[in-house]
Ligand binder design. Structure first.
Ligand SMILES: O=C(O)c1ccc[n+]([C@@H]2O[C@H](COP(=O)([O-])O)[C@@H](O)[C@H]2O)c1
Ligand SMILES: Cc1cc2nc[nH]c2cc1C
Length: 341
């Protein structure tokens, strides 16, 4: 099922509450097949769980991880005026040009796994408002970005990788996480692209100011995503929600991508059951966020790039899980003796 772009915040909220459940029958059939494949039970470890998880969320007993789309959303952030990134905001559009020219890490990774890459810049000439003392986006801006994100989901996809590009957006992710989960602002702040010293202190100050201003206004997760998020985060939220409705499993990238979809989990406990954390970013707060959400990352390679790069690396592992599940012979087919034969 595809879902319609939400006309207002109430419609978006409704779409979070009507998410389909996984297909238990498909998962059970995949588990039954897994049990007779030529290996000691459990010997493929988490790959076995992933194959069954894919079957559950694709709603078919034979899961696939061949048609992979990588969606990267780009946005600019008013909070960069607070001096929170070592890089200028001009880098966001320049990197979008680099994606188009094929010169970024995600281009190489997409090619390596045979995935389609879609890059969507979101109003880069019009950064969001500086959320230290006002909402980052109007409702119309927020919902518009959510709808654009929903648009990258298509029936027939086996997997969707979600990632982003946006100078300043590790501060955005920190502000959103601090509002959603509480705790000291500093616990959600880290180096991002490489902030140290003074720049790091400015990040903590910006998140502290945002928490003070917005914390007394609302604790509604979608409203916090509008006030403290960014367009690329809103688009990832929309894509993740639409993927659930369309039975397309999702691979999340790093800290920013995970923060983007965290409001969904605050609205409904099982909202991220169709997602897997592709990796654990070197941004320290990502581990804290994954723990809050109960997500166990597939790999930990000390990556901290964004661009869906960690999700793309993880997609190769997910393909390995689906291929082994589909292509291995059973004990009976191969004439291999089972345990205690
Ligand atoms: O998502 C992550 O784990 C992550 C960790 C560190 C950096 N990034 C990327 O770095 C950019 C934001 O960093 P910054 O320092 O400008 O806030 C943005 O383009 C992200 O894709 C992303
Ligand atoms: C060069 C560069 C590439 C990136 N890719 C994602 N975030 C990035 C930030 C910078 C600075």
């Amino acid at each position: 099922m595809t879902i319609k772009p939400p006309v207002d915040m109430a419609a978006l909220r409704a779409a979070t509450q009507t998410m389909p459940l996984g297909d238990d029958a498909a998962a059970a059939r995949a588990a039954a097949r897994d049990a007779v494949l030529t290996k000691p039970p459990g010997a493929l470890g988490r790959l076995e769980e992933i194959a069954i998880w894919l079957a559950r969320w694709q709603g078919r007993p034979r899961p696939a991880a061949e048609a992979i789309r990588i969606a990267v959303f780009a946005g600019n952030h008013g909070v960069t005026a607070a001096g929170v990134s070592p890089y200028p905001p001009s880098v966001t559009a320049q990197m979008v040009a680099n994606f188009a020219a094929g010169g970024a890490a995600i281009n190489a990774l997409a090619k390596a796994i045979g995935a389609e890459l879609i890059v969507t810049p979101l109003d880069l000439d019009r950064p969001t408002a500086d959320f230290r003392d006002r909402p980052a986006m109007s409702e119309a801006e927020f919902l518009g970005a959510v709808a654009i994100g929903m648009g990258v989901v298509a029936p027939g996809l086996d997997l969707l990788c979600l990632g982003e590009m946006g100078i300043g957006n590790t501060t955005t992710a920190a502000a959103l996480c601090a509002a959603l989960f509480g705790g000291e602002p500093a616990a959600w702040v880290g180096p991002g692209t490489g902030a140290t010293g003074d720049v790091l202190a400015k990040k903590v100050a910006a998140v502290t100011a945002a928490a003070r201003f917005h914390g007394r206004e609302t604790d509604d997760p979608l409203e916090l995503a509008r006030r403290l998020g960014g367009r690329e985060l809103a688009a990832m939220l929309g894509a993740c929600l639409a993927a659930r409705h369309a039975r397309v499993p999702v691979i999340l990238d790093g800290y920013v991508a995970t923060a983007a979809v965290a409001p969904l989990a605050r609205l409904r406990g099982d909202a991220l059951a169709h997602t897997v954390a592709g990796h654990c970013s070197a941004e320290p707060a990502h581990r804290r966020l994954l723990d809050e959400l109960g997500l166990v990352p597939l790999v930990d390679l000390r990556m901290r790039l964004g661009e869906a790069s960690g999700a793309a690396v993880a997609a190769g592992i997910i393909r390995a899980a689906a291929r082994t599940h589909n292509e291995m012979a059973s004990f009976a087919e191969a004439g291999v003796d089972g345990k205690d034969t």
